[in-house]
Design a protein around this ligand. Structure first.
Ligand SMILES: Nc1nc2c(c(=O)[nH]1)N=C([C@H](O)[C@H](O)COP(=O)(O)OP(=O)(O)OP(=O)(O)O)CN2
Ligand code: ZN
Length: 126
């Protein structure tokens, strides 16, 4: 057996607050978020424009762009995602489920970095 795991990175600016947090994060604040979509595959394409690939990075980008445009980039995440408490954990799960609903082939995990030093990865176990 063999497998490849590839990723496509995305970035967005957004505001949020964590209303249950005891510290500064309960206040409205913003981050330059960095995320990664991980896609897994056991075989590479053998013909066509994606020969030698799991999936073209550009194809993965097509799945995240509508989410960036409609919910993530320059938005207030508590409002646009419907998450009352948009922690990194819940936001990573929210993005994963959106990509899953859009049927991104081979979706493996979503990673979100809230700051340079903090982030999380979400994936579903088999
Ligand atoms: N498990 C989680 N913990 C925290 C989350 C979260 O989503 N999941 N979020 C926050 C805050 O939103 C905060 O913006 C980020 O926290 P933190 O990394 O503590 O930010 P700092 O700028 O203080 O980072 P330092 O590198 O320590 O200066 C809090 N916790
Ligand atoms: Zn924050």
């Amino acid at each position: 057996m063999q497998e490849w795991i590839i990723y496509k990175e995305f970035r967005f600016e957004a505001a949020h607050k964590l209303p249950h947090h005891e510290g500064k994060c309960r206040r409205l604040h913003g981050h330059s978020w960095v995320g990664r979509i991980y896609v897994k595959g056991n075989e590479l394409m053998t013909e066509g424009s994606q020969q030698g690939m799991i999936i073209d990075y550009g194809e993965i980008k097509k799945y995240i762009e509508p989410l960036l445009d409609q919910f993530l980039d320059h938005y207030y995440l508590n409002e646009t995602t419907g998450l009352e408490n948009p922690t990194s954990e819940l936001l990573a799960k929210w993005i994963y489920e959106q990509l899953e609903s859009a049927k991104l082939p081979g979706l493996y995990a979503v990673e979100i970095h809230e700051t340079c030093t903090s982030g999380c990865m979400y994936r579903k176990l088999d």
